[in-house]
Design a protein around this ligand. Structure first.
Ligand code: COS
Length: 385
């Protein structure tokens, strides 16, 4: 289907597709097996300027928006969700600086991020603060001109490999969600270390660790936005990034669908290629339909975000919810179409199915997306009365 992408957007898609096919497909099974971080691929992405896609030109980026980022993320995800997670998490970690950073912070950090010289991670989740983002226990105490951070963040994508961390910590517990603040912390800051690397079911090429803060002192200038604005920074960051998770869902679903079609054309049973059987055709038809619907939704929401709309919570949750549920269904069905072969590691679809599961969990579980959508609807109904 034609989504009327501009020449430039098509070039971005082709560039990301070329990197995916030439640099990611040949190594994805090995990365999945070893759990090694894809440094070589990151270097190629950096050379192609794709890290700077969504960063304004004045800070060394290409000045594009959410749609271009989604197009690139989709193509990388079609090849490997582990690699695309490392790439997309970089954008997630950058949004707090982009949306709320001071001019000085932007000048200090964005050019290196755009050039792919330094990776970024976003640190919100903790042992007791996952879906309940307001349950943050990590603290930041102001002492003179420094904040002293204490606590542990959990399951942080790009943990250990990133140089720049945007994190949420409580500066005033008595104020509830309004007592949280956002900070930027650089790797190497005394008192900041990493826990063990997690051994995951999928997206194994991506790095996931704890962030440990033990009397970690950062200058006051590292506060992002106002003291007490941390919950808002986190929510606006997630509003901006969730459509990208939807794009990951479209990409991995597309990749699995293509593998299933390729296989069904070759596999012969009862004297015929299995693609000639209606049972298989109906599954492929449903897969193709849901992928197209998910892509149309993700692109539409990305365009809505790029239009400068103020409140995109509901729409971004809708796109994440729908496209990632599609990803889980389509990758599972791809394994089914391929039968015993689909279950084996010789083919990439079992990995795609394992990888897809995280999309329904991270950046807010799909149950939380329904809560966000439901709350937005209640507000809309109240306004329309
Ligand atoms: N934009 C702006 N403001 C927002 C907002 C948004 N997207 N979401 C909430 N707020 C505001 C609310 O309006 C409310 O303001 P008031 O105090 O003025 O009423 C305040 O923030 C607190 O909101 P709420 O009461 O809805 O907070 P909850 O603690 O109930 O949490 C959810 C809301 C569940 C939506 C939030 O905790 C969430 O998104 N959780 C998932 C987090 C997540 O994605 N984790 C994954 C790890 S990060 S990769």
């Amino acid at each position: 289907m034609d989504y009327f992408l501009t020449e430039e957007q098509l070039m971005i898609r082709d560039l990301a597709r070329q990197i995916a096919e030439e640099k990611i497909v040949p190594v994805r099974a090995e990365l999945d097996e070893t759990g090694e971080f894809p440094w070589d691929v990151m270097k190629t992405i950096a050379q192609s300027d794709l890290f700077g896609l969504f960063i304004p030109e004045e800070y060394g980026g290409l000045g594009k928006g959410c749609l271009e980022l989604c197009v690139a993320v989709e193509e990388l995800s079609r090849a490997c969700l582990g690699v695309s997670t490392s790439y997309a998490a970089n954008a997630l970690g950058t949004y707090p600086l982009l949306l709320f950073g001071t001019e000085d912070q932007k000048k200090r950090f964005l050019p290196d991020i755009a050039a792919g010289k330094r990776l970024v991670a976003f640190g919100l989740t903790e042992a007791n603060a996952g879906s309940d983002a307001g349950g943050t226990q990590t603290t930041a105490r102001l002492e003179g001109n420094e904040y002293v951070i204490n606590g542990t963040k959990q399951w942080i994508t790009n943990g250990g490999v990133a140089e720049i961390y945007t994190i949420i910590a409580i500066t005033d517990r008595s104020k509830g969600p309004r007592g949280a603040s956002a900070f930027v912390v650089e790797k190497g800051t005394p008192g900041f270390s990493f826990g063990k690397k997690e051994n995951k079911m999928g997206i194994r090429a991506s790095a996931t660790t704890e962030l440990i803060f033990d009397n970690c002192r950062v200058p006051r200038e590292n506060l992002i936005g106002k003291d007490g604005a941390g919950f808002l920074v986190a929510m606006k960051t997630l509003d901006s990034s969730r459509t990208g998770v939807g794009a990951q869902g479209v990409g991995v679903a597309q990749g699995a669908f293509e593998e299933a079609v390729k296989f069904a054309r070759k596999r012969v049973q009862f004297g015929h290629p299995v693609i000639t059987f209606q049972a298989i055709q109906h599954m492929l038809a449903d897969m193709a339909t849901s992928i197209e619907a998910a892509r149309a939704l993700v692109y539409a929401v990305a365009r809505f975000i790029d239009s400068g709309a103020k409140d995109v919570s509901k729409e971004s949750a809708i796109s994440k919810l729908y496209a990632t549920d599609v990803a889980m269904k389509v990758t599972t069905d791809a394994v089914q179409v391929m039968g015993g072969s689909g279950y084996m590691k010789e083919y990439p679809v079992e990995k795609m199915m394992r990888d897809a599961k995280i999309l329904q969990i991270y950046e807010g579980t799909n149950q939380i997306q329904r809560n966000v959508i439901g709350q937005a609807l209640i507000k809309e109904f109240a306004r329309s009365k």
